[in-house]
Write a protein that binds this ligand. Structure first.
Ligand code: NAD
Ligand code: USQ
Length: 381
């Protein structure tokens, strides 16, 4: 199949592109390299030494399969995006290209507006370009578990839709699960859902929206094949996600920074599983006319303090409870359905000894890049 991967230079997009190419698909990466620019803006960046996009593409073509690259800003260059789609004629387009850090989106006015402009306009441009070029192209979008609000208010979280009964008519129906964002970033993912719902209703757009949990780990079978293919690994207080931060902290003898009492439960998935799920979505498009298909792309639920304890037990790291810089529930209980991807063949890898392997890799290969000043750098909101 031909696949365009928007945001294919990023943490999830790069290993997914390699995986798809390895499986024999023809991959075209589109990325404006804005994450590399934000690394400079934040004086932070990947703990691993990521190669330039030019070297990544060269080595990927030598060692893995067919991957092409185009530097296009999908929010600002609609014509460039539309023309590329018309030239490539993809079977599917994966949309990873959004500003994805909740803390970044809460720093201040310019970061709030950038996140909304970039994510909403970018995603809308993709839908609009597909409708112009060929509405049969399958759009796969990376949503987030955060659209649901992490609560058990309505029981186990279903895959995107909620069964309800309308009291006045005693009618049973289904609605899009009530959106409950916790940051401007998460708000953009909630708005993306409405864009898809409307484009499907009006133009029959074929969409899979993958509500993904927090991705952890760094390497996949493909990124290990050459140092130039190594994946990025964020560890700072803005882009670093909780388990990867804990892994980098354990590897560098820094106490694990549990925010608040660590009672927040979240869904997790390993980076290899994330790429595998994208492969399953690409190879199994929804049927013609099927409503927006929503899958929860998650492997398991853990509490933040539980994660810290697992790592402390495995590595001897110290656990430190620090003031929570975020406005969020101190504790929540979460239970999530993931039957959709499982029905396509997804078998999740659970937190296990890989964790200690990642700590060793991060400790051995990247110690010289670790900057302690980046550990407690999260903005307060
Ligand atoms: P990332 O920041 O590492 O990668 C995003 C990529 O998109 C970057 O390379 C960036 O340069 C590019 N990009 C951003 N705006 C662009 C634009 N306007 N035009 C072209 N390229 C643009 O993020 P990631 O961790 O790989 O996340 C990818 C997607 O998956 C995001 O949409 C995110 O919301 C979602 N997601 C990520 C996680 C996670 O834990 N990392 C969890 C759930 C969902
Ligand atoms: N946390 C800590 N200590 C830390 C960092 C975080 O206790 O050092 C806590 C946070 O307070 C929060 C939880 O860990 O309760 C998760 O935080 P996170 O930064 O790992 O994840 P989040 O901000 O939710 O965002 C990440 C990705 C985002 C994706 C989302 C999936 O950056 O792109 O959408 O995970 S989910 O959380 O399932 O909505």
């Amino acid at each position: 199949m031909k696949v365009i991967v928007l945001g294919g230079d990023g943490f999830c997009g790069w290993p997914t592109s390699l995986k798809l190419a390895k499986e024999g698909h023809e991959v075209t990466i589109v990325d404006n390299l804005s994450r590399r620019a934000i690394d400079l803006e934040l004086s932070s960046g990947s703990l691993t030494n990521i190669a330039s996009i030019r070297d990544r593409i060269k080595v990927a073509n030598e060692k893995i399969g067919k991957i092409d690259f185009h530097n296009i800003d999908i929010a600002k260059d609609f014509a460039g995006l539309r023309n590329l789609i018309a030239d490539v004629k993809p079977d599917s387009i994966i949309q990873f290209a959004e500003q994805r850090a909740a803390p970044y989106s809460m720093i201040g006015d310019s970061e709030r507006r950038y996140t909304v402009d970039n994510n909403i306009v970018g995603t809308h441009n993709v839908c609009s370009a597909i409708v112009e070029v060929d509405p049969s192209i399958h759009l796969i979008h990376l949503g987030t578990m955060g659209v649901y609000g992490y609560s058990k208010e309505f029981g186990k979280i279903p895959e995107g839709y909620l069964d309800i009964e309308i009291k006045s008519t005693a009618q049973d129906t289904q609605i899009l699960y009530p959106a409950n964002p916790g940051s401007v970033y998460h708000m953009t993912k909630c708005l993306d859902q409405l864009i898809f719902q409307f484009y499907h209703k009006n133009w029959g757009l074929k969409v899979t929206d993958l509500h993904q949990g927090i991705v952890w780990g760094v390497e996949t079978a493909e990124t290990k094949l050459d140092p130039a293919l190594v994946n990025r690994f964020d560890y700072d207080g803005v882009y670093g996600t909780v388990l990867n931060r804990f892994i980098s902290q354990a590897a560098n003898d820094v106490p694990l920074t549990v925010y608040g009492i660590g009672g927040q439960e979240r869904a997790f998935i390993h980076i290899s599983d994330s790429a595998r799920c994208l492969q399953l979505a690409v190879e199994n498009p929804p049927a013609d006319g099927e409503r927006v298909r929503i899958f929860n792309q998650v492997s398991e639920v853990q509490s933040v303090k539980g994660l810290a304890q697992i790592l402390a037990d495995q590595t001897g790291a110290e656990v430190q409870f620090v003031d929570n810089p975020r406005k969020e529930l101190a504790e929540n209980e979460l239970e999530v359905a993931n039957d959709g991807l499982r029905s396509l063949g997804f078998e999740p890898v659970l937190l296990n000894t890989d964790l200690i392997e990642d700590v060793k890799f991060i400790g051995n290969e990247t110690k010289h890049n670790f900057d302690k000043a980046n550990v407690l750098s999260s903005p307060k909101w």
